[in-house]
Design a protein around this ligand. Structure first.
Ligand code: PMP
Length: 393
């Protein structure tokens, strides 16, 4: 049989990392590779109550088709959360998504023709690369340092890529590096976007998980011309299984996202939306987030301590004040793939950094996740990682 797939289907393979993650499910392996929230923190009992209340109070509507924009009380609750982080908005400028991942896919669909340029941090979120790649763009990567995307590099990239479609940024506790863009750069990014007339896609799933340092306003809070499209999600603060995210943007953008979402899935799961809204009505989500932060903070402290005590001293690493990840950079002499194979023999795993570069992969870094593991397993896993690394000393 001859199957003629669309050209774009040639560009989107299964994510190598997701394939590796499956192997790492074996219980003997301590895996720092995934990016999963701690499941023991999911508010199961409160969700059970919310489910019953939804079915009792509005069972028929909760199981019926609904509007693309999303359940209004949920959008209103999100409006309050957006206002609290410095982005005043209203329900008309919010669209509920099937995970913020859907926002990445829709952004690709709406903005990208083959050969268009996406400007992004280097490295960046691998499933965003995967989502955009389906639309066959070019990626212009902008170097980062410990303070986020470098603005001198961004300006150079904007000069070299006139007509770039959007700048994709994860300003808070970036996936994969855990780095945060400092305040001044957030303002500069908007100023540069205004100057070069380019859209910004701000992907902010981790901003609410800050456990140290001072909160920073989203890039969108500095938006003077309505050019920042803001994406966020309930995945890290509530439960990823609900697949509920949102986009906040100006009306013209909104209309396009709504039309394309209609074609994609009509609307996000309305039962999930109503349960989430009911949960928010009956519970204090911020109190729940405080619990998440306390647990992740403790795990981050253990992992940082282990990096300093179990791994060779010359390794550079990020020092996140929130989120789920730490990025470790290796000396040129160590090949991260070889180290990964060696670690698997030691029953410990990470994601090698090369997955996070859309163009030429760098081979000298890896990402560690600390949210999904007990402190004891973090200690044991880091000991195993240290043993594997010591062979390269
Ligand atoms: N953006 C980033 C940067 C992420 O790390 C993730 C999830 N790991 C997502 C988007 C997608 O999250 P979700 O679809 O669960 O909202």
């Amino acid at each position: 049989m001859t199957v003629n797939y669309a050209k774009r289907a040639e560009h989107v393979g299964r994510s190598a990392t997701r394939e590796i993650l499956k192997v790492l499910d074996r219980p003997e392996i301590i895996s720092f590779a995934g990016g999963l929230p701690a499941p023991e923190l999911f508010p199961v009992e409160a969700i059970k109550e919310a489910c019953s209340a939804v079915l009792d109070e509005a069972g028929e509507q909760a199981l019926q088709y609904s509007t693309t924009e999303g359940f209004l009380p949920l959008r209103k609750a999100i409006v309050k959360r957006m206002e609290a982080v410095g982005v005043p908005t209203d329900a008309d400028h919010l669209l509920i998504l099937t995970g913020s991942q859907q926002g990445l896919d829709l952004t690709g669909k709406i903005f990208l023709d083959k050969g268009d340029t996406v400007i992004c941090e280097s490295p960046t979120y691998l499933a965003a690369i995967q989502a955009f790649k389906a639309y066959e763009p070019r990626f212009a990567e902008v170097a980062m340092d410990d303070f986020g995307m470098r603005m001198d590099e961004l300006e150079r990239t904007l000069q070299q890529n006139p007509g770039a479609k959007f700048i994709y940024t994860i300003p808070d506790f970036q996936n994969p590096t855990g780095r945060t863009m400092v305040l001044e750069r957030r303002k500069q990014m908007v100023a540069l976007a205004n100057q070069y007339d380019v859209v910004i896609l701000e992907d902010n799933p981790y901003g609410a998980i800050r456990f140290a340092g001072e909160a920073l306003p989203p890039v969108k809070s500095f938006d003077t011309e309505g050019r920042v499209i803001y994406l966020s999600t309930f995945s890290k603060i509530f439960a990823p299984g609900f697949r509920l995210g949102w986009i906040c943007a100006e009306s013209d953008f909104m209309n396009r996202y709504v039309s394309f979402k209609q074609a994609s899935d009509l609307h996000s799961d309305v039962f999930a939306q109503r349960v989430a809204a009911k949960y928010l009505e009956l519970n204090d989500l911020d109190a729940h987030i405080q619990k998440i932060k306390a647990v992740y903070h403790a795990r981050r402290e253990i992992m940082m301590h282990c990096i300093e005590t179990c791994l060779p001293g010359h390794l550079k690493h990020s020092a996140p004040e929130g989120g789920l990840f730490i990025w470790v950079e290796l000396p040129e002499s160590i090949n991260v793939q070889a180290l990964f194979d060696r670690c698997l023999k030691n029953n410990v795993a990470f994601v090698s950094g090369d997955s996070f570069y859309p163009n030429e992969a760098k081979q000298n870094a890896f990402r560690l996740n600390y949210s999904n593991m007990s402190e004891e397993r973090i200690k044991e896993g880091m000991k195993r990682l240290g043993e594997a690394l010591s062979e390269y000393a």
